[in-house]
Design a protein around this ligand. Structure first.
Ligand SMILES: NC(=O)C1=CN([C@@H]2O[C@H](COP(=O)(O)OP(=O)(O)OC[C@H]3O[C@@H](n4cnc5c(N)ncnc54)[C@H](OP(=O)(O)O)[C@@H]3O)[C@@H](O)[C@H]2O)C=CC1
Ligand SMILES: CC(=O)N[C@@H](CCC(=O)OP(=O)(O)O)C(=O)O
Length: 335
């Protein structure tokens, strides 16, 4: 018997990707997968890509989950905190939702509303010192999808004193699975195909999370919905400190020398989403804008991989004393 893991919210997009990764993980045994409106259905009826996984979705009930060694929560914002509070201390928990990411209660109230449940250990192993923090934690709040792509691009530049923290501009495009699987008119094929549309302009909930994770003090973030199922491409620009650009690419290369899933691409090669699909990788490239002198970093991830389920498994591996790469691939699926 391996390590007993359970997934709450298994009928959703992030939950489905978790089930796929757990199925290929050499140390994990899936003991429960739960849902809400779709409880009672076989997993393969909800996720046809998982045919052969003979399990019925249970109800999201603490009694079903408490028997696991580790529980992944892939629930809508606001649902994780109440459930997690009912799980025994001995059960490790990785929450893919936002409930426990922010340390600042005022920022939580401004962007999410309702009671602030308090912060857990932040689940981005590539931040300095964070790998050890995650390894010692029993509760981890995995990073938001846009926050993964942006933070991996920006945090080393601010930490190295290469980028001014007070004037950061990010424009990031996401595939539609980033919005979850529940039916919404603006996500219909007829609405999305052939279109690029900005949304939550000037008021996206990942702004306080990115500022917390990177040390940025002034951040303009514009998300764009893109006509593809998966992937995030974030373009991050910042002013160089004292107006003198350091080589941003070498700052990133040094920062991620020991990070198995972050790849600074060869000079001249630029990240694109298709190359990261199905992987737990983040692809980065950086340069200095010849006109404005701003530092530019482009970052690509699979929002359901490094942006959600892959990153959650990476954190779970660390919490359980396994190599962080166990059961995860840095290679994408193409074409
Ligand atoms: N999609 C993404 O790219 C990313 C998502 N995340 C986070 O992961 C979490 C899940 O996201 P995602 O998979 O996209 O969402 P989905 O909408 O695709 O799935 C939501 C899941 O939660 C269940 N659910 C819905 N309402 C309730 C409720 N009231 N109580 C308990 N369970 C409920 C659904 O069950 P049922 O279908 O049976 O109703 C389903 O299993 C969110 O917190 C999201 O922010 C994080 C990073 C990236
Ligand atoms: C395309 C789209 O709508 N994306 C969602 C991403 C949010 C998400 O998935 O939540 P976390 O990453 O915070 O968990 C949005 O912009 O709100």
């Amino acid at each position: 018997m391996g390590i007993r893991v359970a997934v709450a919210g298994a009928s959703g997009y992030a939950g489905g990707e978790l089930l796929r990764l757990i199925g290929g993980h050499p140390e994990f045994d899936l003991v429960a997968a739960t849902a809400h409106s779709q409880a009672g259905l076989p997993v393969a009826a909800v996720h046809p890509q998982l045919v052969g996984l003979d399990l019925v979705l249970g109800r999201t009930d603490p009694a079903v989950l408490a028997d696991a060694d580790l529980v992944f929560l892939a629930l809508p914002h606001g649902e994780s905190a109440a459930l997690a509070a009912t799980l025994p201390d001995g059960v490790r928990v990785v929450d893919l939702g936002a409930d426990h990411r922010l340390t600042d209660a005022a920022a939580w109230g401004r962007y999410y509303g309702g009671d602030h449940a308090g912060a857990w250990t932040y689940g981005l192993p590539e931040l300095p010192g964070q790998r050890a923090m995650i390894a010692g934690a029993t509760r981890v709040a995995a990073t938001g999808c846009y926050a993964v792509a942006t933070t991996l691009a920006l945090a080393p530049l601010i930490a190295a004193g290469a980028a001014e923290p007070d004037d950061v501009v990010v424009v990031a495009a996401s595939g539609t699975s980033g919005a979850g699987r529940s039916a919404k008119p603006h996500l219909l094929g007829s609405e999305v195909m052939g279109d690029l549309s900005p949304y939550k302009v000037g008021a996206h909930q990942h702004v306080p999370e990115i500022k917390q994770a990177t040390g940025a003090t002034g951040l303009s973030f514009t998300p764009v919905l893109a006509p593809m199922p998966r992937g995030i491409l974030a373009t991050v620009t910042a002013l160089p400190v004292d107006g003198v650009p350091a080589d941003p690419r070498s700052v990133l290369t040094d920062a991620y020398a020991d990070a198995p899933f972050v790849h600074v691409l060869p000079e001249g090669a630029w990240p694109h989403t298709a190359a990261t699909l199905g992987s737990n990788s983040c692809h980065l490239q950086a340069t200095v804008d010849v006109d404005s002198g701003r530092l530019i970093v482009v970052s690509a991830i699979d929002n359901l991989g490094k942006g959600a389920a892959g990153q959650a498994v990476q954190c779970a591996n660390l919490m359980l004393g396994l190599p962080e790469t166990t059961g995860l691939s840095g290679y994408g699926v193409a074409p």
